[in-house]
Design a protein around this ligand. Structure first.
Ligand code: PMP
Ligand code: GLN
Length: 383
């Protein structure tokens, strides 16, 4: 279709992973861990397969998983949901985002996004016939954040919803209570829905904690919260995600997803239900280990002469390609696999404003210490 022409061809993540495979470069591009999730989760999925859980799940997800999701939102974030009517399981957060945008937007509606934005947002908005209205995230000397006045100014008569990702890919910002209060204020004042992508909710560092927008005053009734098992349990290939929110918003997601996939990965849903209930310690260790690996990468990049930006959460750290003599991050990422044996992602691929993101490059640190050490050694020799 004409409206999807801009999205044809492989995504930047596919392109860079293929490049890493072709060149044998250390792949710090696509954000997937190179270790497995909790053994008990893997065992629970295997047991579900052996136990005959191999047919369609209910369209809204296994009851045991919906209950486990609701319990985590309540116990970890203090927001309660009815697992019957206010939780729906999806094929990863990706399907939840797609179903939410298609299910909530009419053609011509405007959706406020923060720029840079995860690649699927723009594609799904195009599928929905809606228009993205970007609010820039800019480096304020400490981290990437937005100007509240620009957020307010982005609201117009056709604004349907605000789409917010926190912890944020690729900047690593974890929005704090004050920033979220600005978002909440705009949503309340203009009667807007908020859709939040919280897939990195448990991956925050240095004592920073994730605050869900739905927990702010007046926001539970207008927020659809999306997350997934992929990052929390190092199982990005399982594609088990979910959306929680007031029944009408969840119903909008269910309406669409029942015709996109109907349901997904029955035994994997059983595995994730087990992990959400029993694997909190494992997630705590993952968080500590990711923080150490972030530090290893940042130290190595800094030693190689790079200007890096701090990451409070996620799998990613950004750097300025100009520290390596490249004004353009795409050129840097094209040269890097051959010249240094390392693959990274040009952040501009996630930017609406191509000028703003031109010099930014994203490195993933959700990789083994060996791979990270190899990468920083190579970059040190290259610099
Ligand atoms: N949102 C963000 C911000 C992501 O970085 C990713 C992917 N890694 C996703 C959504 C997709 O999540 P899932 O793999 O659960 O579909
Ligand atoms: N979210 C992952 C990243 O940002 C990529 C997932 C994908 O390839 N679709 O690197």
């Amino acid at each position: 279709a004409t409206r999807l022409r801009a999205f044809s061809g492989p995504t930047i993540f596919t392109e860079m992973t293929l490049l890493a495979q072709r060149t044998g470069a250390a792949n710090l591009g696509q954000g997937f861990p190179d270790g497995d999730g909790p053994p008990a989760m893997l065992a629970a999925a295997r047991a579900a397969i052996d136990g005959g859980m191999n047919q369609y799940p209910p369209a809204n997800g296994l009851a045991v998983l919906r209950a486990a999701i609701a319990e985590r939102r309540r116990a970890d974030h203090g927001v309660a949901y009815d697992p019957e009517r206010e939780v729906v399981v999806t094929a990863g957060a990706t399907e939840a985002i797609a179903a939410a945008l298609i299910g909530l937007c009419d053609p011509g509606d405007e959706v406020i996004v923060f720029d840079p934005l995860y690649d699927s947002y723009a594609a799904c908005l195009a599928m929905a016939g809606a228009t993205a209205v970007p609010v820039p995230l800019e480096f304020d000397g400490t981290r990437f954040t937005f100007d509240p006045d620009r957020l307010r100014a982005a609201v117009g008569p056709r604004t349907r919803l605000v789409l917010l990702n926190s912890p944020h890919n690729p900047t690593g910002t974890v929005f704090d209570r004050a920033e979220l209060a600005h978002v909440a204020g705009v949503c309340r004042d203009h009667d807007l829905v908020a859709v939040t992508d919280e897939v990195y909710e448990y991956l925050t560092y240095d004592g920073v904690t994730h605050v869900p927008l739905a927990g702010l005053p007046g926001m539970r009734e207008r927020t659809l919260t999306i997350s997934s098992a992929g990052k929390t349990f190092s199982a990005t290939g399982w594609k088990v995600g979910w959306a929680c929110g007031p029944a009408p918003l969840v119903e909008a997601v269910r309406t669409v997803k029942q015709f996109l996939t109907f349901g997904t990965g029955t035994p994997l849903q059983a595995g994730v239900a087990h992990a959400l209930t029993h694997c909190a310690d494992w997630v705590g260790e993952l968080r500590d280990s990711l923080q150490r690996r972030r530090d290893l990468l940042v130290k190595g990049l800094t030693a190689a002469g790079a200007r890096t930006y701090p990451a409070q959460g996620t799998y990613f750290v950004q750097l300025d390609s100009r520290s390596f003599g490249f004004a353009d991050g795409v050129e840097f990422c094209r040269a890097l696999p051959h010249d240094a044996g390392v693959v990274a992602i040009p952040s501009v691929a996630l930017y609406a404003d191509k000028e703003a993101g031109r010099h930014l490059v994203r490195f993933a640190f959700c990789k083994s210490e060996e791979l990270l050490t190899t990468a920083v050694d190579r970059l040190g020799r290259y610099a």
